[in-house]
Design a protein around this ligand. Structure first.
Ligand code: C2E
Ligand code: CA
Ligand code: CA
Length: 776
């Protein structure tokens, strides 16, 4: 069932209303307080000169004010108004009953229209309480509404047993009505207390509601007592208690509701209430053995007993199969906290009304920084202890549900009324004090992401994803807390998921290398190939390097990736060389790997293990990579160069480097960025840049490679300028090794358009079939 309770902001109700309604609301509230106090005084025994004030004027005025408050509530509610309609309908009926009763002399010893109206108020109130309980507890406890009726039946039994014998000289209808009032009140209270118990936290709304119902019960009890004492008319206390009841119900509509909570089916409450009721009914039947009970009481008791038993059996059967299963499925073994599934169930309930919901809350997602390292150094036992200790600390500062999502990830629901950023800061603070694990004080840092409902997302999944994005933002920015911002979300959703997948991609053979040929412009000879990483994701297909590489950088997988590419590219070049295809393989090495002092030795040993000469390898580093950490990167490049491997400055022309800096780089090759090459035929400025880089290369004795050669015109211009090597889609796109081999043997017509005499260096280049034989 989808319901929307009061907007439960911490702001006072009047500030949620428009100007005139707010003034009326304030006025009514003032009057309600004044009249309520007067009612209380009369209930407490203060006597007035004129009894009519206590039995008619005061209660009816209070009732009218209560009706007004509920009406404004109904008018101000947005979205689902079922609850407010029901509550208001009950109030209006009950108030009408009061008016009719006053007009007809306030008799209690016989029934009339007033009683019909009063009793008619109970079904809508009962329905309203069911709406509230469903709202708090979700739809899982479907049989719950039966318990209220059961309590009503049991109460009727008691009232009948206690009072019926003293109620003499009354009509049958009046007797039934007299028993029905307190029984109906107790049914409402039963449902309400049941709900409050199950939520576990009394909310202002629940308490005010309970107060209102207790006054109603008091009024009806006074009525029964008065009747059994021979009274015939309503007393001031009776009427004022009734009025206070109405006031309580109306005020509840303005009080703050409890945060929702999803409970596993099969809690103790499911069994206790029917069990208690059954034993009470049983008690009455047993008592009938010694004292004379009215027949009605015995019949009611038997009916109650039978009903309670049936409910008990039904619940037992339901619970036996569900309880264990559900509880296990919803808690985290290690910490005892709700698990991911439990969290999502609760989120589902909280977000059920979607964007139109007036319920606000926030989801915090947090992740411990460096937990894995900690786990590795101190051992799994210590890791578990740490997670348990962290859970306890988090529980202390989180006002709503706290769940462990798995590993070192937790999530917390921050109900309306608490400030999510304050809670997030408290989380950071709570973990700051070192935790004692096996005698070692371990300080834990967390990254917390916050997403708000309904501002940031309109369903539970989206909300969780956005909290996750925010958490990642916190990690990236190095802050404890970050809120969700749409700008950072662009691709981050996908990237977050992919980050997890990349780790496994190496083992699962999802990565592969594409090779794009490079052709010597003067001779038409295929002189090299650039190795380009590719990721064939099992469900998302090809992931372009533009997506893959930032993920690798972020997750610290770049060194592993670079070594993987080097190994594969060198192996491939060696295999080709053995087969007679003698070309230089270009491998891209990104800036963050250029700080690794072991890189030159690793390259040398990989070359040695595949028996490839260093001249067959060219390490491509971008201009900016070399300039970022100049001395260190250059020292490493120097060592690579000394081993005989060539160095290429990639994307040349796009960086900020000066010629002065370039002088220090041990380069063999300048690789002109394709942005200049692509447009050089049409754009004189691009053409000028290409021309001057070619000139610069010649002056410094460096080979110049033009990237992005797509058309014969560009090829021709490059040839005219004296550029050394061309690479681009016009010759061939990056392709798998096998296809590259075929292309090198028999270049495509398209490539021939650019380079009619395209060829490989050696005439000994053997057909693939034979080279495969050789390998096999
Ligand atoms: P890059 O080093 O500039 O590589 C050349 C890129 O230009 C390739 O893109 C290639 O497909 C593209 N390209 C080649 N000819 C043409 C052309 O005629 N027209 C156009 N429009 N584009 C052309 P790709 O494969 O998407 O790679 C993008 C970048 O990713 C590379 O740029 C390189 O910086 C990086 N990358 C690729 N593989 C690796 C790797 O294994 N390690 C590292 N660190 N970076 C890599
Ligand atoms: Ca490159
Ligand atoms: Ca490039």
């Amino acid at each position: 069932m989808r319901t929307t309770l009061a907007s439960s902001r911490a702001t006072p109700p009047s500030s949620r209303l428009s100007g005139r309604s707010a003034r009326v609301f304030n006025l009514l509230t003032g009057a309600a307080i004044a009249l309520g106090l007067a009612d209380l005084a009369i209930l407490a025994g203060v006597r007035l000169a004129s009894p009519a004030v206590g039995t008619i004027a005061l209660p009816l005025a209070t009732g009218a004010i209560a009706g007004g408050l509920a009406a404004i509530r109904l008018g101000a509610s947005r979205g689902d108004r079922r609850l407010w309609v029901l509550l208001f309908a009950g109030l209006a009926l009950s108030f009408a009953g009061g008016v009719v009763s006053a007009a007809t002399g306030n008799h209690v010893d016989h029934t009339g229209v007033a009683d019909i109206l009063w009793l008619a108020a109970y079904p809508p109130w009962y329905a309203a309480l069911i709406v509230i309980s469903r709202h708090y507890l979700g739809g899982a406890h479907r049989s719950f509404w039966l318990d209220g009726l059961l309590i009503g039946l049991a109460s009727a039994t008691y009232v009948a047993a206690l009072f019926l014998k003293d109620l003499v000289g009354l009509s049958q209808t009046t007797l039934i009505v007299t028993v029905a009032y307190p029984a109906a009140d107790l049914a409402l209270l039963g449902i309400l207390f049941g709900t409050l118990l199950m939520i576990g936290r009394p909310s202002p709304q629940g308490l005010v509601l309970a107060g209102g119902l207790l006054f109603t019960l008091a009024s009806d009890t006074l009525r029964t007592v008065a009747l059994s004492g021979g009274h015939t008319h309503a007393t001031g206390a009776m009427s004022c208690a009734w009025a206070l009841g109405l006031l309580g119900l109306a005020s509840a509509s303005w009080a703050r509701p409890a945060p929702g909570r999803v409970l596993p089916v099969g809690g103790w409450w499911e069994l206790t209430s029917p069990a208690c009721i059954a034993s009470l009914a049983c008690g009455i039947l047993v008592a009938g053995h010694w004292v004379v009970l009215p027949d009605a009481a015995v019949v009611l008791a038997a009916a109650t007993f039978a009903c309670a038993l049936a409910r008990l059996v039904w619940t037992l059967r339901e619970v036996r199969s569900l309880a264990l299963h559900r509880r296990e499925a919803l808690t985290d073994d290690l910490t005892g906290l709700p698990n991911r599934r439990a969290l999502f169930r609760e989120l589902e309930v909280l977000t059920a009304a979607g964007e139109s919901s007036s319920r606000h809350f926030a989801l915090l997602q947090l992740d411990l920084d460096g937990f894995k390292e900690l786990n590795d150094t101190l051992g799994h036992h210590a890791g578990d202890d740490l997670l348990i200790a962290v859970s306890r600390r988090l529980e202390a500062v989180c006002p709503g549900t706290l769940a462990r999502l798995g590993g070192d990830e937790f999530a917390a629901i921050v109900p309306d009324g608490s400030d999510a950023s304050v809670v997030a800061a408290a989380v950071g603070e709570a973990l700051h004090t070192p935790i004692d694990i096996e005698g070692v004080g371990v300080a834990v840092n967390a990254s917390v992401g916050i997403a708000h409902f309904p501002q940031d997302a309109h369903d539970s999944r989206e909300l969780a994803r956005r909290a996750d994005v925010a958490m990642y933002d916190a990690k990236r920015l190095g802050t404890v807390v970050a809120g969700y911002t749409a700008e950072h979300d662009e691709h981050s959703l996908d990237r977050l998921a992919l980050a997890g997948d990349l780790r496994n991609a190496f083992d699962r053979d999802e990565l592969w290398l594409a090779f794009q040929p490079q052709v010597d412009i003067a001779t038409g000879r295929i002189s090299g190939a650039e190795a380009l990483i590719r990721w064939r994701h099992p469900s998302r297909g090809e992931i372009p390097p533009g997506v893959l590489l930032p993920i690798a950088e972020r997750t610290g997988l770049m060194p592993q990736l670079t070594l993987w590419v080097l190994e594969r590219a060198i192996a491939q070049a060696a295999q080709w060389r053995r087969a007679g295809l003698d070309i230089r393989i270009g491998v891209n090495v990104s800036a963050i790997v250029l700080v690794d002092a072991t890189l030159p030795d690793r390259i040398a040993s990989t070359l040695a293990s595949h028996a490839l000469t260093p001249e067959n390898l060219c390490v491509e580093v971008t201009e900016d990579a070399v300039m970022a950490d100049t001395s260190r990167a250059i020292a490493i490049l120097d060592r690579i160069k000394k081993s005989g491997v060539e160095i290429s400055v990639d994307d040349f022309g796009t960086g900020q480097s000066s010629l002065e800096q370039l002088k220090n780089v041990p380069a063999d090759e300048l690789k002109l960025d394709r942005s200049f090459v692509l447009g050089m035929v049409d754009d004189p400025q691009d053409a000028a840049i290409v021309g001057s880089v070619v000139g610069l290369g010649r002056a410094l004795g460096l080979r110049v490679v033009a990237e992005g050669v797509e058309t014969p015109q560009v090829w021709q211009r490059l040839a005219d300028l004296g550029c050394d090597v061309a690479q681009g889609f016009g010759l061939a796109r990056p392709m798998p090794a096998a296809q590259f081999e075929r292309w090198a043997r028999e270049p495509s017509d398209r490539a021939r358009l650019l380079v009619p005499d395209l060829h490989t260096s050696r005439s000994s280049w053997r057909p693939r079939a034979r080279s495969r034989d050789r390998v096999a």
